[in-house]
Design a binder for this molecule. Structure first.
Ligand SMILES: Cc1cc2nc3c(=O)[nH]c(=O)nc-3n(C[C@H](O)[C@H](O)[C@H](O)COP(=O)(O)OP(=O)(O)OC[C@H]3O[C@@H](n4cnc5c(N)ncnc54)[C@H](O)[C@@H]3O)c2cc1C
Length: 544
């Protein structure tokens, strides 16, 4: 029986675990905490699919075209075809396992309009779609756990992969309770670690999705793709801890963006782009908000209060709880913030990376969203990629050739113990904060060569400081050891942004403000002995 190790228990990790178990494989599902604390529970707006109950005129082909166009033609077209074609089955599967989607009086699914999509095709559960999907998947995971096929292990973190001669054999994990590194061997290692929020500090996402695992795997030889494409969500609300997402659902329900000019309301998106202006893609709206140079507001107060209560309860609650705003009476002050990472581990259509036996699914993998993701396509890709990876692993002969990791494991364990014993005047958390400041300043919505070089210089300096750090006892062991992986990932992202001398999707350069055919290809970055090399995948080697 094949044994699979999955790191991360959000929607993509759980879906992969369930499908592996259905196919008769044994799974260890690893994460620091329960699935109910994964970022997936935050997903509010919904999941895209063209089902038999679609809007008149819509089709799977149209969903494919919208996705490719939204991604500025950098997404894998065959992969996107698979994603959109399977979406209907994914919705039916979710219904079968207990996800209750919102319906109208005749029991027909309610569909929401999301940005960059020609038709309404976003299925939702009020404004807490992620929570409902996570709950349904957790029940399925438990069912397979009872059958002895899935084991959930918490309070464990990824440390490094066990790789020899381009083949992955499992991972070294950090056990929080024992405070030591433990090896886990497996026929396939699946990474499902989500986004890279730590690079920017305060984002809409979970701080647990920090990018460390992707950075560490990069240092171990895994190629990364499209790191420069970072989605800024145009409508987020400032709070002390983080940026709270004001879901696109608000604009899908008719919400209008405006700013005040004296006592005049200026509906700048509608003025420039017509009646669907508030539903343009996220990158474009974010840039337009920045270009106004004003405080921008989002108004939904004209909507019937009963509809707000039934369709947007989470948005209503967030605004009331964090800022004392009653959205049925007043507009919401909004600003763009980092929300989603289109880049990540480069995977083929079957979700295997350039390292045999190492797979990536969900937000940490890069394949479906190209230069920009459409709202509602991420939950879909998390579900779909989990399935695809499991089926690919099941179909392949992953029989392990013996590889000896004894020396590697002993050396890492010894180094880890030394790290715990050492003391250092440097604060790991302080470096993380400085990194976030650098990234927010130099890798923001609008970039240019000068600013990116400054960012690269800063991060190189942080890396040199981090090398001298032994242990900062004021923060967790994980915060300490994850630092160099996170910094390396940030440097890789800045390097990719510097190399792409054009503007496309979420990557906008004031010194190269238009798209160029020369760059109509995914960015691939690899790491060799401390050096980073960027290439453009013009042959689509990673697509199929
Ligand atoms: C506020 C918000 C609203 C959103 N709304 C929508 C929406 O309406 N529709 C949509 O399609 N998308 C939405 N998204 C995006 C979507 O929710 C995510 O892209 C998706 O849920 C990611 O799922 P995942 O399984 O890849 O990762 P996650 O759910 O992020 O799970 C990652 C897992 O990896 C674990 N992990 C991370 N690092 C390590 C490590 N080093 N060691 C061990 N474990 C680790 C984490 O603890 C977690 O368990 C939203 C995102 C946010 C932030």
């Amino acid at each position: 029986m094949k044994e699979i190790l999955i790191i991360g228990n959000g929607i993509s990790g759980m879906m992969c675990a369930i499908r592996c178990a259905e196919l008769g494989m044994k799974v260890k599902l690893i994460a620091p905490g329960p699935s109910e604390q994964s970022q997936s529970v935050m997903a509010a707006g919904g999941i895209n699919a063209v089902t038999e109950r679609h809007e008149e005129g819509d089709s799977v082909q149209c969903h494919i075209e919208d996705t490719l166009k939204g991604g500025a033609y950098l997404a894998g077209s065959n992969a996107v075809k698979g994603l959109c074609s399977d979406a209907k089955e994914i919705i039916h599967y979710l219904e079968r396992i207990g996800t209750v989607f919102s319906v109208d009086e005749q029991d027909r699914p309610l569909l929401r309009a999301f940005g960059g999509q020609t038709y309404k095709r976003t299925h939702y559960c009020g404004s807490s779609t992620g929570k409902h999907i996570v709950s349904a998947l957790v029940m399925e995971v438990r069912r397979f756990e009872a059958a002895g096929l899935i084991t959930r292990i918490m309070r464990h973190h990824f440390y490094s992969a066990l790789i020899s001669d381009g083949r992955c054999y499992g991972a070294l994990l950090y056990d929080e309770d024992a405070r030591e590194l433990v090896p886990v061997y497996a026929d396939a290692l699946v990474m499902a670690t989500g986004g890279q929020n730590c690079l920017f500090g305060k984002t809409t996402g979970s701080s647990r999705c920090d990018g460390y695992a992707v950075g560490r795997l990069f240092m171990q030889g895994a190629a990364l793709k499209n790191l420069e494409f970072i989605q800024f969500h145009p409508t987020t609300l400032e709070t002390p801890q983080k940026r709270m997402l004001i879901s696109e659902a608000v604009r899908g329900e008719g919400g209008r963006l405006f700013y005040m000019d004296g006592d005049q309301k200026v509906f700048f998106m509608e003025d420039k782009y017509g009646p669907r202006g508030n539903l343009m893609t996220r990158d474009l709206i974010s840039r337009e908000i920045v270009a106004t140079g004003r405080d921008v507001l989002l108004d939904i107060s004209f909507m019937d209060k009963r509809l707000i209560d039934s369709r947007l309860p989470e948005v209503r609650d967030i605004c009331a709880k964090y800022r004392g705003i009653d959205i049925s009476k007043e507009p919401i002050p909004v600003a763009p913030s980092v929300h989603y990472f289109m880049g990540g581990l480069a995977v083929h259509k079957d979700h295997e990376t350039n390292i045999q036996g190492l797979y990536a699914v969900g937000e940490c993998a890069s394949i479906y969203h190209g230069a920009n993701r459409l709202g509602g396509n991420s939950l879909l890709s998390a579900m779909y990629s989990g399935k695809v990876a499991a089926e690919s692993i099941s179909g392949k002969d992953h029989k392990l050739e013996p590889a000896d990791f004894e020396n590697y494991i002993l050396a890492e364990q010894e180094g880890f113990k030394k790290m715990l014993d050492a003391k250092s005047p440097f604060a790991a958390m302080h470096i993380r904060d400085m990194l976030a400041d650098t990234m927010r300043e130099h890798m923001s919505i609008v970039r240019c060569a000068d600013s990116l070089s400054k960012g690269i210089e800063d991060v190189r300096y942080y890396l040199s400081v981090a090398e001298r750090i032994h242990y900062d006892a004021s923060v967790s062991a994980y915060t300490n050891y994850s630092l160099s992986g996170i910094l390396t990932l940030a440097l890789a992202a800045l390097t990719c942004a510097d190399a792409r001398r054009e503007s496309r999707g979420a990557h906008y350069r004031s010194d190269y403000p238009t798209a160029s055919d020369e760059y109509r290809a995914a960015t691939i970055i690899s790491y060799n002995d401390g050096n980073m090399q960027v290439t453009f995948d013009r042959e689509n080697a990673y697509e199929d």
